[in-house]
Design a protein around this ligand. Structure first.
Ligand SMILES: [Zn+2]
Length: 425
């Protein structure tokens, strides 16, 4: 149970995030960040260059040095795996929550959070995402508790944190078939529906086919990138525009605002940019989290590909606006040294998308392997034409395209539409 002091910390985080952090301009935000960083590092003169940039492998190799309790990796992993196997996510290790990242590639990540950090997380996420109407329901004691439906691969202490007399919380385990959840979703219709974009999309299709009848007030996409086509499908089915949380094992990295734009969480995290293109529009972030004290995230490079928006958002949040989180580094395809970024591939596939229901694309030595779900007779020609145009515009010869049958991702697995097997080898 959270102590009174921790509950107060969560409430304070909620209020600060919802109504505070009013920076008049970006310079004021950056100046404030600089102060927070100096305080964290206990130095007035920040000498970033002297600090190494680390990645997941470095952190895992020296796990105990990167957390305040000196907990070893083996111990953390075995506690997390034990919960995962038993599907009982209550156990904690030395009072800390241990969770596994969904690890789309390479080694599985593991994270540690104190109960205070957990409550700060809950306060922040609710403050950023609750609409005014949802917030009203939450604080008006005569109304039913706000019901949040969470479709996730793993339950965790993290999510149970949000549960209270004013918030009821239903967990849907994605390792079970989605069809099994439809009835419960109708019996306990969520006010907020939270899940990976591909799962929300599947529910949207069921809703459009009239096999599901729910009317969530808010939709929140987590754990996978939300592309425009999926956002449109969700809006068509549920008549609400989905919000997005950009979160990694390493922390809460971004949220969409009330205008629907995705902002980096610069109120908690300092982002450096490792540019991926000459135009400086796409980058992998190097993050320093100045709010966490259990696990140290200091100049930690993530493998994600983030794309800056053309224009800053005018909602008042001075944090950087992203056009999208486009995926992992291995979603960047490379031909003769020329990079094709995932947003370009997605745009081409979207132009052909009236000819199929879903798609995935793999780069191999031999060319591109393309899977189309329920393709029409014209689908292959249409994809060939759109990709032809894309490669042409980059002065590249179109590689061999091989079309294969669509295979649904395994239950609970992340949907990855674009993947380079060259990058993985
Ligand atoms: Zn905004």
């Amino acid at each position: 149970m959270a102590t009174r002091r921790e509950q107060f910390a969560a409430l304070a985080a909620f209020c600060r995030t919802r109504w505070g952090y009013r920076f008049g301009n970006r310079t004021a935000l950056l100046r404030w960040q600089h102060k927070r960083l100096s305080r964290m590092l206990r130095t007035r003169t920040l000498d970033w260059a002297s600090l190494p940039v680390i990645d997941k492998a470095t952190l895992l190799a020296d796990f105990s040095s990167y957390n305040s309790q000196g907990i070893g990796l083996e111990k953390a992993l075995s506690a997390a795996k034990q919960s995962e196997r038993s599907r009982d996510f209550r156990p904690e290790l030395a009072g800390l929550t241990v969770g596994l990242s969904s690890g789309t590639s390479g080694k599985q990540g593991v994270f540690l959070l104190s109960s205070r950090e957990r409550l700060l997380w809950a306060g922040t996420i609710l403050a950023r995402l609750l609409s005014t109407e949802s917030l009203r329901q939450l604080v008006q004691p005569w109304r039913p508790a706000l019901r949040i439906g969470f479709l996730l691969r793993a339950d965790s202490n993290l999510y149970n944190t949000v549960r209270s007399s004013r918030v009821s919380f239903d967990f849907y385990d994605l390792l079970e078939p989605l069809e099994d959840h439809l009835q419960k979703l109708e019996q306990r219709p969520p006010d907020l529906l939270v899940g990976p974009a591909s799962v929300l999309a599947e529910l949207a299709r069921q809703q459009l086919n009239e096999e599901l009848h729910i009317t969530p007030r808010q939709l929140i996409s987590v754990a996978e990138e939300l592309d425009d086509a999926t956002a449109e499908l969700l809006e068509r089915a549920f008549r609400v525009r989905p919000a997005q949380v950009y979160q990694a094992t390493e922390g809460l990295l971004g949220f969409s605002c009330r205008r629907g734009k995705l902002h980096l969480n610069e109120q908690h995290v300092f982002f450096e940019k490792d540019w991926l293109d000459a135009e400086h529009t796409r980058f992998s972030p190097i993050i320093t989290d100045f709010t966490r004290s259990t696990q140290f995230i200091l100049r930690y490079r993530l493998d994600d590909v983030l794309r800056l928006a053309d224009h800053p958002c005018d909602c008042g949040n001075q944090a950087l606006t992203l056009a999208a989180v486009d995926g992992r580094a291995d979603a960047v395809l490379s031909f003769d040294g020329v990079k094709l970024f995932p947003d370009l591939i997605r745009r081409s596939m979207a132009l052909a998308s009236s000819e199929f229901d879903d798609w995935s694309l793999r780069q191999r030595e031999s060319g591109l392997l393309i899977a189309l779900k329920n393709p029409s007779a014209a689908a292959i020609a249409s994809v060939r034409r759109e990709l032809g145009r894309l490669f042409d515009s980059h002065h590249l010869a179109l590689p061999t395209l091989t079309f294969v049958d669509w295979q649904a991702p395994l239950p609970g697995a992340k949907l990855r539409r674009i993947f380079s097997q060259l990058a993985a080898s």
